[in-house]
Design a protein around this ligand. Structure first.
Ligand code: GDP
Length: 697
């Protein structure tokens, strides 16, 4: 039987999906969401149930009204409708209920309270937002629910609709929550593909885009965040490129912040892996719906059912098992299931009713940025609200400028761009940070002033940090337990990589209490002499990721003994830096029991006063090893096995079940039946590799 989703049902009933959800929750369906799928029978039952509920409310209300209006009713009998109790309801929920002309008029009094500020936010809603007087009582209830929802939205800080307070930039780049203004347009969903390395994210995106992205990568790992638009059945989907390595967690998390939907790629032969879990957590934290693409179903060892089982552990219950999670089996390699995946993406997007207002102030989020040798600072932004035109003045953090060029992801030049699209912008004076929020400013003068103010504030912050660092270092120098510090200057070709490296380093250091990483400077572009002189001043190492080192800078580094580590592949960089940090750690020791022996007899001895004649019960005793002597379970001595003899000869080890003599310089109070436990201190090379981390090269 074909299934219907709640949002579709709501559409049929002429209701806002959220209002229907709220109504259903009111009826006790606590887990229902707009995405919940119901079969036709259930849908019908729900309609009836709602109608029944409504009839009850109506009867109650009518009774109350009859009580309060009784005296006047006698004076104005003509004004009264047929008594509500006589209505032959429960009627079915009206299809497209709000505007039915033939609908029974509700009592005027019921309307009076709600007529003014009723926020009807249907797409095709009447522009003046006044409730038609003939609306049914059911609509009243629904409208109340909608109003409750809006109040809720206001409480969490989003202003529905235009009010006199100016929305903040953060609000502008978020999806609007209030009623849809008449000027609003539908915008494409923004999709991020997440998943464990090698599960096929790149291949899937590639297949979807029909271009060959994978072939251009170093080491098979996606390294740059970009974005692309895909047309399917006349509709657009924006895909954010996602890096595949776990070190890019931060970038992925950022991707998820502008993301409307996360496609979780899980290889059917491999199942859920650490980075899959990470991806699930990020999507959940960002409150982004997850659609699961079970990939590599072409492989003979593929086991999609096992993947579905595993998903349960993460509260992702596949639809066919009664849950909300859409699971689509695909083979990115063969292109199987891709159409269904795109259908499902559009379906989930449709439920979200995504729109943006091209008339609102302009806002955008920087997805990626870099310094292009011929074009200067280039930023890929995702436009979120308003309309951007060539010549507009933009501000992003401390970067500003007049837009000289707008290009879409295929390199086509645009004169203007509506909200909801990924575009590449040229015109900023410096490289804006990835993740930065972009706003429009009226004049270049104003932009410069704001940028300078921010620069000054940042410089002040840096000065304070430097001062604090000095104090901390001076203090640490006085204490024995000073931390080992790796100071680093990171230069990369793009912001995303620079930040990812910084975050990976900080995370590595955070794994050990002994270490700390101090990122002195983070930047995009070549390593310059100024970087080297900063490194000299701070005794820092320079990490250059896909960033070239100028000849003068290289010479200066050699003269000054500054280390510059250059990398092309993120995995190499992380491995190398991990080894470097591990080398800074003090080794740790673990005691391992190597054997036990029981004292049989005690002999006087010249050298140690007394030696114990023992039988080795298990394992071995070893000269030089540590031992614990216990008597009736209590420890009576801890020290070193200084002497080990067998048949009057000094030996290094004695294995079970042999007998031997044991002596210690510091202990002579041996007694028969004492138990000796011999132990070795094993040196453990400290590692910063997280448990279960992927070790793929
Ligand atoms: P990513 O690290 O998640 O981006 O994974 P890739 O897209 O780079 O894919 C990793 C490997 O899996 C590559 O060798 C792909 O050819 C292979 N692969 C991807 N999708 C499929 C698929 O559907 N079937 C099979 N058999 N192999 C696939």
């Amino acid at each position: 039987m074909p299934k219907k989703r709640v949002f579709q049902l709501a559409k049929e009933m002429g209701l806002q999906s959220q209002a229907l959800v709220a109504a259903l929750k009111g009826l006790g369906f606590q887990n229902v969401t707009v995405a919940s799928a119901v079969d036709e029978e259930t849908a019908k039952a729900l309609e009836e149930l709602l109608a029944e509920q409504l009839a009850k409310v109506r009867t109650k209300k009518a009774e109350e009204e009859a009580k309060t209006t009784a005296p006047t009713a006698a004076v104005q009998p003509a004004a009264a409708e047929a008594p509500p109790t006589q209505e032959p309801k429960p009627e079915a929920v009206p299809k497209r209920g709000r505007r039915k002309p033939e609908e029974t008029p509700a009592p005027e009094e019921v309307l009076a309270a709600t007529t003014e500020e009723v926020p009807v936010h249907e797409k095709e809603a009447e522009p003046e937002r006044v409730l038609p007087r003939r609306a049914s009582y059911f609509d009243q209830e629904m409208l109340k629910l909608e109003r409750q929802l809006e109040r809720l939205a206001q409480e969490v800080g989003t202003e529905p609709g235009a009010t006199e307070t100016k929305p903040s930039l953060r609000e502008l780049v978020s999806r609007p929550k209030g009623p849809r203004p008449p000027s609003a347009i539908d915008v494409p969903p923004v999709v991020t593909v997440l998943g464990h390395v090698d599960h096929g994210k790149t291949t899937l995106l590639d297949r979807i885009r029909q271009t060959n992205v994978a072939a251009q990568e170093d080491g098979g790992i996606t390294q740059h965040i970009g974005a692309s638009e895909v047309e399917y059945r006349g509709r657009t989907i924006v895909f954010l490129d996602t890096p595949g390595h776990e070190a890019f967690t931060q970038l992925r998390a950022r991707g998820a912040q502008v993301t409307d939907l996360a496609v979780l790629v899980v290889a059917a032969d491999d199942g859920i892996m650490p980075q899959t879990v990470e991806a699930i957590n990020h999507a959940k934290a960002a409150d982004v719906p997850i659609l699961v693409a079970v990939n590599k179903t072409d492989l003979p060892e593929a086991d999609p059912e096992r993947v579905k089982q595993q998903l349960l552990q993460y509260e992702l219950v596949p639809e066919e098992w009664g849950g909300d999670t859409i699971v689509v089996p695909v083979s990115a390699l063969r292109g199987e299931g891709i159409d269904e995946l795109l259908e499902m993406i559009l379906l989930v997007a449709e439920m979200q009713e995504l729109w943006a207002d091209p008339k609102a102030p302009f806002s955008a989020v920087v997805i990626e940025s870099r310094l292009d040798s011929s074009r200067g600072p280039v930023a890929t932004v995702l436009t979120r609200s308003g309309t951007l035109k060539v010549g507009d003045v933009l501000l992003c953090g401390t970067a500003y400028g007049r837009v000289r060029q707008i290009r879409d992801w295929r390199g086509r030049q645009l004169k203007e761009v509506p909200p909801g699209r990924p575009v590449e912008l040229v015109g900023f004076d410096t490289v804006p940070e990835a993740g930065g929020l972009v706003e429009a400013v009226k004049t270049i003068k104003e932009a410069r002033r704001l940028a300078e103010e921010r620069q000054e504030a940042e410089a002040e912050k840096e000065r304070q940090q430097l001062a604090r660092r000095r104090v901390e270092e001076a203090y640490a120098g006085l204490t024995a337990q000073s931390k080992k510090v790796l100071r680093a200057i990171i230069k990369a070709d793009v912001w995303g990589s620079a930040e990812a490296l910084r975050d990976a380093l900080l995370r590595l250091a955070a794994a050990s209490e002994e270490l700390s990483v101090d990122i002195i400077h983070l930047g995009v572009g070549d390593v310059t002499e100024s970087d080297v002189s900063l490194a000299v001043a701070c005794e820092a190492t320079i990490i250059a990721f896909r960033a070239s080192v100028g000849t003068a800078a290289r010479q200066m580094a050699a003269d000054e003994g500054v280390q510059i580590r250059s990398y092309e592949i993120i995995y190499d960089a992380l491995e190398d830096l991990r080894v470097e940090l591990e080398g800074m750690l003090e080794p740790v020791y673990r005691e391992e029991r190597i054997g036990r022996a029981q004292v049989l007899q005690v002999f006087p001895a010249r050298s140690f006063g007394a030696v114990a004649g023992c039988r080795v019960l298990d394992g071995r005793l070893q000269r030089g090893a540590e031992m614990v002597v216990r008597r009736a379970g209590q420890e009576v001595f801890r020290g070193i096995i200084d002497s080990l003899r067998r048949f009057d000869a000094d030996v290094d080890t004695v294995e079970a079940p042999n007998e031997c003599g044991v002596g210690s310089r510091e202990f002579k109070a041996w007694q028969p039946d004492d138990l000796i436990e011999a132990m070795l201190r094993i040196e453990i090379r400290p590692t910063l590799r997280p448990e279960g981390a992927d070790q793929k090269a």
